[in-house]
Design a protein around this ligand. Structure first.
Ligand code: COA
Length: 248
């Protein structure tokens, strides 16, 4: 069974993260599949909107820590780099449905989505500094822009988590729904029924102001992130996570 499920409902494509036994932690292969799914959808006239969703009780626990330790990504051509590039440049509406934990890239990828629908169980966190890392996916630019510098700095520096209500108040999610998946599909079908070229042009206009700045920030983040991944601080944090799991 693939760890990224791809389904099509008329003009809406869903990419669903499917590794619930590991809280949907993302491996290199999963990033590659997500990037391919996005890039294929971008070029497919039959697809007008993409939904990123998940199986099980959680969105994703972020990057797979074991994979990170064994195969640290070193440049933008890595699978995670290609996925982030596909996300930044995706020309059609992108909707995310979040339930349970959305850790690390599970939260930062939402900053690139056009509409995020959260379940009341959603719990967002970006514990990069706690792991000896730095923010990624353009979040060091996009998150302070969204919530204000000090609030972003506090969240990045402490690694504190926040729930669906706070995420909605921040503007990180558009709505909270008990059946978040059904709500997201309803919005996706509504968008898919609109004139497609007008939608693509509107998204291009909405993103134009920040696109190049985000691309530059992503490059800088990547350099620091890949160095940090090999630092003692990160190694210690990763070993602690693995040791905790081993002792369970
Ligand atoms: N990478 C690899 N495996 C992960 C993972 C990750 N990022 N997050 C969770 N898992 C695995 C756990 O090892 C566990 O598998 P196991 O049962 O085979 O040991 C399973 O998913 C469930 O996770 P568990 O830690 O038991 O759940 P929890 O409810 O106690 O804790 C979290 C949830 C999210 C707090 C905890 O899993 C965690 O801190 N994960 C790491 C998150 C992270 O740092 N991501 C990277 C951000 S850059």
């Amino acid at each position: 069974m693939s760890e990224i499920l791809i389904t099509k409902d008329e003009a809406v494509l869903t990419l669903s993260i499917n590794r619930p036994a590991k809280m949907n932690a993302l491996t290199r292969a999963m990033y590659a599949d997500l990037a391919k799914g996005l890039n294929d959808a971008a070029g497919d006239f039959g697809i007008r909107c993409v939904v990123i969703s998940s199986e099980g009780d959680h969105f994703t626990a972020g990057n797979d820590i074991k994979d990170f330790m064994e195969n640290p990504p070193t440049d933008e051509d890595s699978d995670v780099g290609v996925f982030l590039g596909a996300l930044l440049n995706f020309p059609k509406p992108l909707i995310a449905v979040v339930k349970g934990n959305a850790v690390g890239v599970g939260t930062t990828m939402l900053l690139h989505c056009d509409v995020v629908v959260a379940s009341p169980t959603a719990n967002f966190s970006m514990p990069f500094t706690s792991l000896g890392l730095v923010p990624e996916a353009g979040s060091s630019y996009l998150f302070p822009q969204l919530v204000g510098y000090q609030r972003a700095a506090k969240i990045f520096f402490t690694g504190e988590a926040f729930g669906a209500d706070e995420a909605k108040e921040m503007g990180l999610v558009a709505s909270i729904a008990a059946d978040a998946h059904a709500e997201a599909m309803k919005i996706a079908q509504q968008i898919a029924a609109q004139p497609p070229q007008a939608i693509i042009n509107t998204k291009a206009l909405l993103k134009a102001r920040q696109h190049d700045a985000v691309a530059a920030v992503m490059r800088a983040e990547f350099q620091l992130f890949s160095m940090a991944l090999q630092s003692e601080e990160a190694m210690e944090a990763f070993m602690n996570f693995m040791a905790k799991k081993g002792s369970k």
